[in-house]
Design a protein around this ligand. Structure first.
Ligand code: ACO
Length: 428
């Protein structure tokens, strides 16, 4: 392919350099377009064709269904590494040595105590509040308890902010759930690993022993690894763009949590279970819901299906489907919802509508089934996603800062009224 692209406009030719990444991805660098053409911009709603940055963190090929972090295949990472090991890789670029991982884990633990005054904020929320709304607010509130700005030239400052948020985030996330259910707000237990601790934070009640099931821990660890990063998705782009204004890490992450909440993004895992339950209540008529999803006059969409980038199987969905099968076998569980999901997938994949549009199950299609089997309430599903995605958001924010990226500020094509005279009340 040529190393330059030529644009012809009003009889004039403009040249733009063409870049290729190590995976042969091609990008036309149009950063000089506006300047050289006297104000012409590109129009790309939803940024379907726009690369907003260069990144070394995650490679994904949506046509082939490939996902790699720092060059390592997601299939290998989920089987061979722990959640914090992958977090270290994603954030710092290399797999940690044993000593580095131990230090990272210990440093995170040293920040697992949240300021007691934060509890006033937690109980200030009504019990009916959605945990994602609470989590976004708690993350933002952390900024007030830690007003210092991270000096991006200080590796130590950056590292401290990273281990601090990784330590406090699971506590805050589970406090949202505890508030919903009127339960005492648990403290972290630093004798436990990250995932075990997450489970006791969420489920342990002071009057009873809480036994952590290693099968559940393994399933949750794998599931959260699968969520760690996914390059420039809606919430990650939000984190990068908020951070590009100079806003701090915690404020940028709070915005990421809000972006993830939407049903077209991370909120889909909750929407999938609600859809599967509705199908079950309705007698399990899968064909009826497939027909609804295809009907352009019906707003219903098959939740957990389709992806902006994957036009093939989402590799994470394959892994999660197998993990769900393994978990159900290991725990000797049976959930009719899993059977409905498999039936729905089978019928959809054979259907021309889904085939033509290359709509496959995405990461959210089976993840809720695992969360449900682990006893995690539906309202917490997207919060679990946020806990999983936290390392990716941190890595992307750090990379954006270290690259010295300019403030994110897209242009627009104005389509409103041209200049008109002000109308007094009697003429409106
Ligand atoms: N059910 C039915 N039809 C669908 C679905 C679906 N789940 N997804 C896409 N389509 C159809 C659209 O109606 C459109 O049809 P048309 O060409 O006849 O108009 C075509 O497929 C393309 O869809 P778009 O919405 O243009 O694709 P886009 O890339 O903008 O959206 C998205 C991707 C938001 C994920 C979409 O597939 C969707 O809404 N899926 C359901 C929600 C979901 O599962 N979200 C989680 C995504 S994964 C994540 O964020 C973690």
């Amino acid at each position: 392919m040529s190393d330059k692209a030529i644009l012809e406009l009003d009889g004039k030719k403009f040249e733009f350099p063409v870049f290729k990444g190590p995976e042969n991805e091609t990008a036309i660098d149009i950063s000089t377009l506006r300047g050289s053409t006297n104000g012409v911009i590109t129009l790309d709603p939803g940024f379907k064709n726009t690369g907003s940055c260069e990144s070394k963190i995650t490679f994904l090929d949506g046509e082939k269904g490939i996902l790699r972090h720092r060059g390592y295949a997601i299939e290998e990472l989920t089987k061979k590494a722990s959640f914090l090991e992958v977090a270290f890789l994603v954030i710092f670029g290399e797999l940690p040595t044993k000593a580095e991982l131990k230090k990272f884990e210990d440093d995170i633990k040293s920040h697992s105590l949240v300021n007691e005054e934060m509890k006033d904020i937690v109980v200030g929320f009504p019990k009916s509040a959605h945990p994602m709304g609470m989590l976004s607010s708690f993350t933002s509130a952390l900024t007030s308890f830690n007003p210092g700005v991270v000096d991006i030239n200080s590796k130590e400052d950056m590292y401290n902010a990273i281990v601090k948020i990784l330590g406090k985030f699971p506590v805050l996330a589970t406090w949202a759930h505890r508030r919903n259910h009127g339960l005492p707000l648990n403290y972290a237990d630093n004798s436990l690993g990250y995932i075990e601790n997450l489970m006791q934070l969420m489920f342990k009640i002071p009057t009873e022993d809480y036994k952590i099931n290693p099968i559940a821990v393994k399933a949750l660890d794998e599931l959260l690894i699968l969520h760690e990063d996914h390059e420039q998705n809606c919430s990650t782009s939000t984190v990068r763009i908020v951070g590009s204004s100079g806003a701090g890490l915690f404020a940028s992450l709070a915005a990421g949590v809000s972006a993830l909440w939407g049903p077209l993004h991370g909120g889909a895992n909750q929407a999938v279970i609600e859809m599967l339950e509705a199908i079950q209540k309705d007698g399990g008529d899968v064909a009826k819901y497939i027909a609804k999803a295809k009907d352009k006059n019906d707003p219903f969409r098959l939740m957990g299906f389709g992806h902006r980038v994957y036009k093939n199987f989402d590799p994470r969905a394959r892994i999660i489907k197998n993990a769900a099968d393994e978990l159900f076998e290991d725990l000797n569980l049976n959930d009719p919802i899993l059977d409905i999901a498999k039936h729905l997938e089978e019928v959809a994949l054979k259907d021309e509508y889904f085939a033509e549009r290359k709509l496959y199950p995405n990461v959210d299609f089976y993840s809720g089934i695992i969360y449900r089997a682990l006893g995690i309430p539906v309202s917490m599903f997207t919060v679990m996603f946020a806990i999983g995605r936290l390392p990716g958001w941190i890595a992307q924010w750090k990379e954006m800062r270290e690259n010295g990226e300019p403030i994110g500020r897209p242009r627009q094509l104005y389509t409103g009224e041209t200049l008109r005279s002000f109308l007094p009340f009697e003429k409106r």
